[in-house]
Design a protein around this ligand. Sequence first.
Ligand SMILES: [Zn+2]
Length: 333
Amino acid sequence: MRFLGVAFPPKSSLRYEAELDTTQANVLSLRVDGMIFSCDLMRAEISIPVGNLPIRIKLPDGWVFVVERSPELSQWLKSQRKIGWLDKLESNLFGWLISIVVCIAVIIGGYTHALPWVSEKVVLALPDAVAVELGEQTLEMLSSASEEWRDSELPEAQQAAIRQRVKSNLTSLEPLPYPVEIVFRSSTMGANAFALPGGKVVLLDELVQLAKTPQQLDSIILHEIGHIHHRHMMKRLVHSSILSVGVALLTGESSGVIDNLAGLGVFFLSAGHSRDAENEADLFAKQAMLTIYGTSEPMAEMFELFHQQESIEIPKWLSSHPDFDQRIQAARD
Ligand SMILES: [Zn+2]
């Protein structure tokens, strides 16, 4: 094949009409101005084909030949295996689809693996006092901002008895990252309990009344302590903050960050824990029940009580498990 293009002499900006002859096997011949420069094909530097950009061929003696892309040239490059992967990809829809899938996989992988990993490292690097302070702030905000939250109506003696039992239960468990403090409140939210950052566990009166035995109530308290043990609240807060800062950086929309910081209380009550976090808390509670009481049956019973309470709205942390029966089964296994 012969290709018409332009040639540049070594170390010169002069420009000549030229013809590249490729008819001879493994030899390139450049005809310029009545002269012929030949070389071994292997010794020529051929630029990587990208899109429709011209191809640049440099001969060992310094001559450079530049030729526009044409189907014939592509054909010749292909026969010389000089078609670049980028070029192939461009002319290959399947390749593009693969690239898109890989990009999406990287984003999802970042979200599901890298982000939790980074969040965990950040949480472990934060002083525990930060979490305790955040817990104080959250409780204060919930108490003052929400009309749904009232002081507990449980008798002082009952509150003291529950606190005492939790304290003694904790002595049989491994030390927690923060001191546990039981806070009693009443709410229209129904039977529920929450772990706040920094070791506070909020028990709603309705939950205390729903439990038929102290062991059943303890299984739920131990579930919340499981969240404390795994620092789930801080991980969620850091995870969500990194995410909203990331979104703000990408979109220039910063309201997500501000919402996050302003609405701490709402944040902890609204979005439930991830399924993995709930499983971890369940597992912690089950093992703690076995250590303390020698049985996790009260935990299964408590889940059943929730299940039967048609009139009471199922708490968020329970409703995040569609397969409720499985959770009861896991407590019994
Ligand atoms: Zn939970």
